[in-house]
Design a protein around this ligand. Structure first.
Ligand SMILES: [Zn+2]
Length: 234
């Protein structure tokens, strides 16, 4: 294994998200470290929400995360929630969205499953988050060296995990342009499958019917975001 590979593995999602682009000032409708309300959720545009997420990730990467009064946020969200975005994320313990994007209670819906794929149950949850609860962005977050992806690459069979990994099969076939073996030993292939997974999730018809795509292919992995305005943007 090359030394650079070891570094990427230590911070799987940060490498990807941090390279999204230049920082911009947080949108006026968004006050940092404050609890989201119906008014702030309504005012923020999908583009602005992506800027908020990028800014949060910049803070996480730089170690300058905001101070939050989580006990107050618990009280403030007791009677309602107005998250700005939903994140479809892997089970992996190293990519907790609220930490990676420096968010608080009530900011994000989070759906997590090994391999960050979108089956019917996950799509139903994301449809609730966007169509019912008002989140304007769905961000599909893959990460490098994903254990679930590696298991799918190698055809691992283990209890219910066998079914879970079968959901990654379309991405195995979709991962192209890679030289070498199509196994977990080939990191280039593993990360290509992760990128394909993100595309497959964002291409789900039930979300595309009402969403616009944001797509960024970034270095070792990629971040894909979907908003709810109905126009493609990439
Ligand atoms: Zn993973």
């Amino acid at each position: 294994m090359k030394p650079a590979r070891k570094h990427r593995r230590a911070l799987p999602a940060v490498v990807a998200v941090a390279s999204l682009g230049c920082m911009t000032l947080a949108p006026l409708a968004y006050a940092q470290a404050t609890t989201q309300t119906r008014a702030t959720q309504s005012a923020l545009t999908p583009d602005q929400i992506l800027e908020v997420l990028k800014a949060g990730n910049e803070r996480f990467v730089s170690g300058q995360m905001l101070e939050r009064d989580l006990r107050s946020q618990i009280r403030e969200t007791a009677n309602g929630q107005y998250p700005m975005a939903a994140v479809l994320d892997c089970l992996d313990s190293r990519v907790p969205p609220e930490l990676v994007f420096d968010m608080g209670i009530g900011d994000l819906f989070v759906g997590r499953v090994a391999g960050n794929y979108a089956d019917t149950d996950m799509l139903g949850s994301l449809e609730f988050a966007t169509k019912v609860a008002g989140a304007k962005v769905v961000l599909v977050l893959g990460h490098t060296d994903c254990g679930a992806v590696k298991g799918a690459c190698d055809g691992v069979k283990l209890g219910n995990l066998t079914h879970t990994l079968s959901n990654l099969t379309p991405a195995l076939y979709a991962a192209g342009g890679v030289t070498g073996p199509r196994t977990s030993k080939n990191h280039e292939f593993v990360d290509a499958v992760t990128r394909a997974l993100e595309k497959v999730a964002a291409g789900e018809t039930s979300l595309r019917e009402v969403t616009r795509l944001f797509w960024s292919a970034l270095g070792d992995t990629s971040v894909l975001a979907v908003d709810v305005n109905g126009e493609d943007s990439s």
